[in-house]
Write a protein that binds this ligand. Structure first.
Ligand SMILES: Cc1cc2nc3c(=O)[nH]c(=O)nc-3n(C[C@H](O)[C@H](O)[C@H](O)COP(=O)(O)O)c2cc1C
Length: 194
């Protein structure tokens, strides 16, 4: 079984989502010692932004690297993503990664009947969400968690779990309480893995 662990926070050791994503992965490793974990820090090792040259595969080295990103996603049974709330959305580094995995004919397709079909189903995605403010569920200002659910659902991945710490910018106490609640909310790895 393979787990892909991604972080995208620009806040380094002070990151809420890095702390939570690491805790989620540790929980999985404890439950499944044979689990194979691959890690990419999209902040220190970003995927290049998608450009016309990328789409044209003008640079064979970039094209090969992009294919490796896609294959790594396709091979993963579980994807754990540290996804901060930045400017109402996700970090551009995480968006750049998404641009490399949302590929027509590979992870989704349109049919002649005009129906869209996700081709990357059967995975479980766990999002470690960190938010400075308090937005709750279903907030129209949320282009972070709602966006990630939309993208993965589009690719056929409907098992998306969110572990959220929010209101972390209000005060150190808010941050500590939100983190404690988020740690307590980390789900049971074996819920579906068994
Ligand atoms: C560049 C940047 C943009 C941010 N934008 C928002 C925002 O729009 N709304 C909000 O509530 N918090 C915002 N925050 C606060 C983050 O959501 C908060 O720091 C959260 O902990 C981010 O996760 P991280 O600690 O893993 O980076 C922003 C922080 C940064 C660094």
């Amino acid at each position: 079984m393979k787990l892909l662990h991604l972080d995208s926070s620009a806040l380094g050791a002070n990151s809420v989502t890095r702390e939570l994503s690491a805790a989620i992965v540790t929980r999985w490793q404890e439950a499944l010692p044979e689990l194979r974990v691959e890690y990419r820090d999209l902040d220190v090792d970003p995927v290049p932004h998608l450009t016309g040259r990328s789409l044209a595969k003008a640079d064979p080295i970039e094209a090969a690297a992009a294919e490796r990103v896609l294959q790594q996603f396709l091979a993963a049974d579980v994807v754990v993503i540290g996804a901060p709330f930045y400017n109402f959305s996700i970090p551009s580094t995480l968006k750049a990664w998404i641009d490399r995995i949302a590929i027509s004919g590979r992870t989704f397709r349109y049919t002649a009947e005009g129906v869209q079909q996700g081709l990357a189903g059967g995975k479980r995605v766990i999002v470690a969400s960190g938010r400075g403010g308090q937005y709750g569920d279903g907030n129209p200002a949320d282009f972070q968690e709602a966006y990630l659910r939309q993208v993965f659902g589009f690719l056929g991945v409907h098992d998306v779990e969110i572990v959220r710490a929010e209101g972390v910018a209000y005060s150190p106490q808010h941050r500590a309480d939100a983190l404690a609640a988020a740690h307590a909310a980390i789900g049971q790895p074996l819920r579906k893995a068994a």
